[in-house]
Design a protein around this ligand. Structure first.
Ligand SMILES: Cc1ncc(COP(=O)(O)O)c(C=O)c1O
Length: 313
């Protein structure tokens, strides 16, 4: 989807015009993939707008930076305040927020020490990510997720998304909405940009983080909601074939939100319709995010917007 621009981007403590948020082609990140980033959503509410799980996202950003030994000159509180500032300055809701920390223009060579840390935060409208009304048709990818001790899965690093691109492009050229990748041992890991959940006989399953999955904030929200609803939940290693005999399968993610899956490799999931447990969890998730249900877990950060525009869906 083409990017819809907004007036400002936050850069190293200041708001600058969107067009001026550029980097040099010789920046370290361009050659060596040295960036960590986040994806966050801000939802419109009856009384304004609110960012979904902002501190958790910014903490994961700092964790990703720490794994890659990037010294970030901003605290968690400063980064959260910066997100609020850029949204309020741009006045766009609902929106998607993209903070990124990268190694900029300095030296050539793999060592990143001589290249400066740059922090940017952009926000822009972004609608539905996973295509398919009534559930997505997906495949199991021929590509595996990164093996442990290669590219760390707990870091949301730009470089990991070369693997995601292979998974997603393969799915797309074969006519699927998305691909589910297995880990290096053939166990279910995650989608190219989503965590995956399976329901069978009333139990909700998701792979543990050790199966090369990102520690999704939406994954955690789904687990929290499921426990709150009294559903049995288990994080355990899952064989591929569970996808074919599941009653329900769905993705979770900031971009994907809670998206039901209708078929995997052309095998219909359950009766081919969004399942009851998926619907219950999605209902609670969207209810909280959109301010129609109580923020019982303290997930929302309010923002003040003078005027709001709807996102193009
Ligand atoms: C590879 C991958 N897994 C899982 C997720 C879901 O994470 P979250 O719910 O924090 O957006 C994402 C999206 O950020 C992702 O890119």
């Amino acid at each position: 989807m083409p990017i819809q621009t907004t007036p400002n981007i936050w850069h190293n403590g200041k708001l600058i015009p969107w067009e001026q948020a550029t980097i040099h082609v010789m920046s370290h990140v361009v050659h060596y993939g040295s960036s960590v980033f986040e994806g966050i959503r801000c939802y419109s509410q009856p009384s304004g707008a609110a960012i979904f799980r902002l501190p958790e996202h910014m903490q994961r950003l700092l964790d990703s930076a720490k794994i890659y030994r990037m010294d970030v000159p901003y605290s968690l509180e400063e980064l959260c305040a910066a997100v609020v500032d850029v949204i309020e300055a741009n006045g766009v809701s609902p929106c998607y927020i993209r903070p990124i920390i990268l190694r900029g223009y300095g030296e050539i060579g793999v060592s990143p020490k001589g290249s400066p840390i740059e922090v940017y935060i952009a926000n822009f409208p972004w609608g539905k990510y996973i295509q398919g009304s009534g559930g997505a048709d997906v495949c199991v990818s021929s590509w595996n997720r990164m093996a442990p001790n290669t590219l760390p899965s707990l870091a949301k690093a730009g470089a990991n998304y070369m693997n995601s691109q292979l998974i997603h492009m393969e799915a797309e050229v074969n006519g699927y909405a998305e691909g589910i990748a297995l880990d290096v041992n053939g166990l279910i890991s995650e989608g190219s940009g989503e965590n995956v959940f399976v329901v069978r006989n009333g139990v909700l399953y998701t792979p543990p983080l050790a199966n090369s999955a990102l520690s999704g904030i939406t994954r955690d929200s789904v687990l929290t909601i499921a426990r709150h609803l009294g559903l049995p939940v288990t994080e355990q290693a899952l064989p591929r074939e569970l996808l074919y005999i599941a009653d329900e399968v769905f993705f979770s993610g900031t971009a994907a939100e809670v998206s039901s899956i209708r078929s995997v490799d052309h095998v219909t999931v359950g009766d081919g319709k969004p399942g009851e447990i998926t619907k219950k969890i999605a209902d609670e998730f969207f209810g909280i995010a959109s301010g129609l249900k109580p923020d019982r877990f303290g997930w929302l950060t309010p923002v003040k917007l003078a005027a709001t525009e709807p996102a193009a869906v």
